[in-house]
Design a protein around this ligand. Structure first.
Ligand SMILES: *Cc1c(COP(=O)(O)O)cnc(C)c1O
Length: 360
């Protein structure tokens, strides 16, 4: 077996144990003579898988019965549209922009103004290196909801404290869900594409407070309607059955490995390793305000961008994959999600120090 350290931002690496389990039962799931991906989503066997995955997620995140947990498709990007359709309710929604993803969510929501569905208000505009301080936010009294992205995957900007606002908080947690304990009851809605910190692409999680599911506009397509989806256990149409099953295996893996509290300690330590190398060097740089440095996505630049190609080539040869930064930011980016091990990050930190010695 030759599984290398994979720092891809998404679709991201999965825990090896999970892939091995899936491999072992791929052809013949639990002696049923068929693969999980070949059975009806309405069969008792599949419903058992689906229900168990939801229960395990509820345990991991401490999600109460006041919330519905939906296993949907369309990625986080479809939620950019689904959210205003379901929650705007003729009012004004507040959007905090701190990087590429919150900006995209804002732009998509803005389109709904033309339908006369309500208003979209920009609370503050960040530049991708810092977060505008709350005293500069222009909040709407009685806003339908407040939208933000706790972890900007591309810029590596993270907001660790849940914003203190009066409206229901809607959070795009695509790249930080399950990385650290959170208080779900602080949120009105949490959504996340699975392919960063959960499982394979094709599955999108939505955790929504039940009372908020009653507000959908008449225009809302039924497949995007949270209430419809909750009433049919996310099976209004055929769900991403295999991705749902694999995510369930990831939840089991997390529960067996100390849960979110356990993985959070490792995640902090992993990020610390890389930021230390960066800060102890004049060769590497990370321009994000240290208070908002992401523990999941660590972007960094080299003193001379001419060396980027060499860095990528040599790191690849050393078994450290997918370190190229997003084209918006340039340089490098190490995505160190739950499934990336401490040892793999240590290997990257060692490689960076060695590379600096030979090229600075
Ligand atoms: C990757 C990502 C998205 C886009 O997810 P899709 O599932 O591809 O639509 C949105 N928001 C954040 C924070 C992301 O990291």
């Amino acid at each position: 077996m030759n599984r290398l350290a994979n720092f891809c931002a998404g679709p991201a690496t999965m825990p090896t144990e999970v892939l091995q389990k899936a491999q072992a039962e791929l052809l013949d799931w639990r002696g049923k003579g068929t693969s999980v991906m070949e059975i009806s989503h309405r069969s008792a066997d599949y419903i058992e898988i689906a229900t168990k995955a939801e229960q395990d997620l509820r345990t991991l995140m401490g999600i109460s019965d006041d919330y519905a947990v939906l296993f949907l498709q369309g990625g986080a990007s479809l939620q950019f549209s689904a959210i205003p359709f379901n929650l705007l309710n003729g009012g004004t929604a507040d959007y905090l922009n701190t990087g590429t993803w919150s900006q995209k969510a804002y732009k998509e929501a803005k389109r709904y103004e033309t339908l006369g569905l309500g208003s979209i208000n920009l609370v503050a505009q960040g530049g991708g290196k810092d977060v505008p301080t709350p005293d500069t936010w222009e909040l709407t009294d009685g806003a339908s909801y407040f939208h933000y992205c706790p972890n900007e995957t591309i810029h590596g900007v993270q907001i660790f404290d849940t914003p203190k606002v009066n409206a229901p908080i809607v959070a795009d947690m695509s790249s930080c869900i399950l990385s650290e304990p959170i208080n779900v009851s602080d949120f009105g809605l949490i959504y996340a594409g699975a392919q960063k910190n959960i499982g394979p692409a094709g599955l999108t999680l939505v955790i929504v407070r039940k009372d908020l599911m009653e507000r959908a506009s008449a225009w809302c397509p039924s497949i995007l309607n949270y209430k419809n989806q909750a009433d049919s256990d996310s099976m209004l149409n055929t769900p991403s059955t295999f991705a749902w099953y694999l995510s369930g295996l990831v939840f089991e893996w997390l529960l067996a490995n100390g849960g979110v509290e356990g993985i959070a300690k490792t995640n902090r330590a992993k990020a610390e390793l890389l930021y230390q190398v960066i800060d102890n060097s004049s060769f590497y740089d990370n321009a994000v305000n240290p208070r908002h440095r992401s523990i999941m996505n660590v972007p960094f630049t080299l003193a001379d961008s001419e060396l980027d190609k060499v860095f990528l080539e040599k790191s690849k040869n050393a078994g450290l994959l997918n370190l190229k930064g997003h084209r918006v930011v340039g340089g490098m980016r190490a995505s160190i999600y739950n499934a990336v091990t401490y040892e793999q990050v240590q290997a990257l930190a060692d490689f960076m120090k060695e590379f600096e010695k030979t090229h600075a």
